[in-house]
Design a protein around this ligand. Sequence first.
Ligand SMILES: Nc1ncnc2c1ncn2[C@@H]1O[C@H](COP(=O)(O)OP(=O)(O)O)[C@@H](O)[C@H]1O
Ligand SMILES: [Mg+2]
Length: 533
Amino acid sequence: MEKPEVINGNEAGKTALQRFAAKLRELRKRAGLTQQEFAEAAFCSPDHITKMERGVRLPSSHMLRLMLQTFKEHGIDQGSLDTLEQLLLACKLAEPAPVAVSNGKNPEQAVAAPSRPSNETAPPVLPVTAEEEDEWDITIQTHIMPLRAAQLDVKNNPEMGRFSQSPVAQAVFGRQKELDDLLRALQGHESYKAPLAVITGIGGIGKSTLAYEAAAQAVQRGYYDAFIWESAKTRQFNHGEIEAIEFPSPWSHFSPTLTFEGLLDSLIFDLGRDDLLENAASLETKIGTIIQELPKKRYLLVLDNLESAHNPRLVLVYLTQMMQQTNTALLITSREVPSYFDGFNLNLRGLDPASSVNFLQYEGRVRNIPPLRDNLKDPEVAQAVGQIITETGGHPLALGLITRQLTTFSLDRVLEDLRTGYNEIASLRHRPAGGLYSYLFRNIWENLTRPAQRLLMRLVPAQGKYLTETEITTLAGIAPEERVRYDLALAELVKFSMLEVTGEFQKRYRLHPLTINFLKTGLIEQWQKAQKS
Ligand SMILES: Nc1ncnc2c1ncn2[C@@H]1O[C@H](COP(=O)(O)OP(=O)(O)O)[C@@H](O)[C@H]1O
Ligand SMILES: [Mg+2]
């Protein structure tokens, strides 16, 4: 690195930022648009454009998409659009972290930090109001990248940006309270051991998105010098289908699922010790190196999708030991609440209705769905939106899927689809991989014990109500002598995130509306038939 003094990296970011700002202005003028016209075409406020052109604000990735689209429509050539995109990437990645470097930590290895355009020191939090970014109440994405991505020379090789592996930054709605809680947990306390936190919830509820945001903000606030992102995920839901994902991760070359040793390889790679991998170093050498390297900085390690690891419990036990030994904080996401876990647990629920509305409106604009885009005040549209939110329980993946379907089908058809699993059945017939419900529930359902399956079925009539344990016992008709078995079944459903839980001491449980819709795709009939025979 050419700049050894990285206590405040603003100088480094400034040129990239100014170049981006200048390019933006140049392209807008070439397109023959005023700031006002450009703002309208790109669905943002003129003020936002002004700020970007002054180099005091960066667009989020969705905003960039809208701007590029607008330029394209106004005849700007692809080469110039690419340049703009690369300049933005350079701003987001090239700037060294403005972290306070303490106790002899090596400042040269400071990682990429958010672009802070001004010359003052960065405030610990980025309090971005709705007007500053868009008209929406977006929980702002920071531009901090995980360690590996930050080390890649993206400025000169934009291709490398793809290797970042963590969720691509896009608009995040709601989640402010969850974020605050997580950040508090991650802040830890000097005299305590390294923080340990887990985010649990059903697939697509937003665990990875939140983990990414929390990790980036924790670094931004200076709780950590950098975060490392590892994912055990092997499948993803994309455009209505489940597809296998192949990572450019060291572990994925050797094993179809993440093992502890694979995780070590990934860590070695992230810490820049690829030489050990090339020389096929022994396990002892790898562990020794990691234990030596990690304490050199205050790291937060994020392990996404622990449940997909080959042996989640083993990975967790070894990993937590190693993290405590190296004083490294750990943030995990998992569909299942890990056993033997002794840390902060955030069970993630759907987006609250207001955030769901914001999300739908945003999607309406990005995808050009006129009623969602402009007519939310129309009572008919408002009612439809209410229905979408009720049926999905604010599940962001499902909300996104619905808006995508709305570009082709009517709302009635889309909701019917969600309730009956029509698409699911059709896709199961043609593609055994299946659709949304297969991705979210099928494996879990098939691996539940009989009492847990039975309890789930008996909870269906409660339709989205939060129930106490006593109410569950009554509703499910559980006799006192069956109590223990059902307590275990309840614990099992909670462990696999089939139930959402609220409350501190007096817990309340409910089936997620999507769980009910999943059960209604034929499983209830199957179940009843099996009971009779
Ligand atoms: N708060 C949010 N606002 C907007 N979109 C979200 C939010 N949380 C998640 N999403 C979107 O929903 C989808 C699923 O989120 P993800 O974080 O991958 O869920 P999980 O990790 O729980 O499976 C992604 O497309 C993500 O961009
Ligand atoms: Mg995820």
